[in-house]
Design a protein around this ligand. Structure first.
Ligand SMILES: O=C(O)CCC(=O)C(=O)O
Ligand SMILES: [Fe+2]
Length: 281
């Protein structure tokens, strides 16, 4: 089978993402839409074919050591400490984060992972699930990344800059690496600091959990949901590919965040940025 064919990547029998008239397609869209409204999250279980996952796993392994690793303390906004706020405020609440990010510029020209990300069929399918027009993230570093969690790594509570995130687990850790999230803890108008503080102080009542499997594609509203992955354990590295889309065209992330996550910035980060809302990163 040709590798540039959608059927190489996707189990089209179960997920006919290219065929809008198909009744299965309509059913999947309906289910995903409902879950996204109520829960902010939906998982297309085993949507990726075994062979494709295996090849993408190999690809991820070959570039995984080019990840920018950081172990430091970050708040959920990935912003600097700000003495303007009282001590007991979410903006001043710093947590351990250790992981690596392979940035978008590290993928080979002929990358399979890149090919799947830039598939118009996939983008249109996701767009329909979300009920909005979406664009590939214009940020060359943050658009397509691999979140690398070596055993012992953990990714603390955070928001994403983009409204929606699509993740694909290409290699799971032996244990741990469980995705946890609190849907809609903030919204476009309100940071909901009180609710955020409650969570940071240990209140687990709003936390939901998902154990992803290799080949699952997850769609979630990362801009409004605080989320994290529990510590990866065992001997295998957890490699999670992150496909990023935005509601506006030409959105670029902040240079502070770029420096923090990918260890560098490009000229585009210094230019006047298009932003999608007025929330604090
Ligand atoms: O590791 C996960 O499952 C979540 C990753 C994530 O939130 C991110 O890369 O922004
Ligand atoms: Fe995230």
């Amino acid at each position: 089978m040709k590798k540039n064919n959608l059927s190489y990547f996707i189990n089209l029998e179960k997920f006919p993402i290219h065929d809008r008239k198909n009744s299965k397609y309509k059913k999947i869209i309906q289910e995903a839409k409902k879950a996204l409204v109520t829960d902010g999250c939906y998982v297309f279980k085993s949507i990726i074919n075994t062979e494709a996952i295996y090849e993408m796993q190999k690809e991820a392994s070959t570039i995984e050591d080019q990840a920018h690793y950081t172990t430091n303390k970050v708040n959920v906004y990935f912003s600097k400490d700000d003495l303007k706020y009282p001590k007991d405020h979410p903006r001043r609440f710093f947590m351990e984060r250790s992981n690596g990010f392979v940035s978008g510029d590290k993928f080979a020209k002929k990358s399979l992972i890149k090919e799947l990300y830039y598939s118009e069929n996939l983008k249109n399918f996701i767009s329909e699930c979300l009920d909005i027009k979406i664009y590939h993230y214009a940020d060359p570093l943050a658009s397509l990344t691999i979140n690398v969690n070596k055993p012992g790594d953990r990714f603390s509570w955070h928001y994403d800059t983009n409204e929606f995130t699509v993740t694909l687990l290409v290699q799971d850790s032996d244990k741990g690496g469980i995705f946890q999230y609190v849907p809609n803890i903030r919204n476009k108008e309100d940071e909901c600091y009180d609710e955020v503080l409650k969570l940071l102080k240990g209140d687990k009542s709003r936390i939901k959990e998902i154990k992803l499997n290799e080949g699952d594609l997850q769609l979630f509203k990362g801009r409004y949901a605080l989320h994290r992955a529990t510590r990866a354990e065992g001997s295998k590295t957890r490699n999670l590919v992150v496909f990023t889309y935005t509601e506006k065209e030409n959105v670029i992330g902040s240079s502070y965040r770029s420096e923090e996550l990918y260890g560098k910035t490009l000229d585009v980060h210094k230019e006047k940025r298009v932003r999608s809302d007025s929330l604090k990163d």
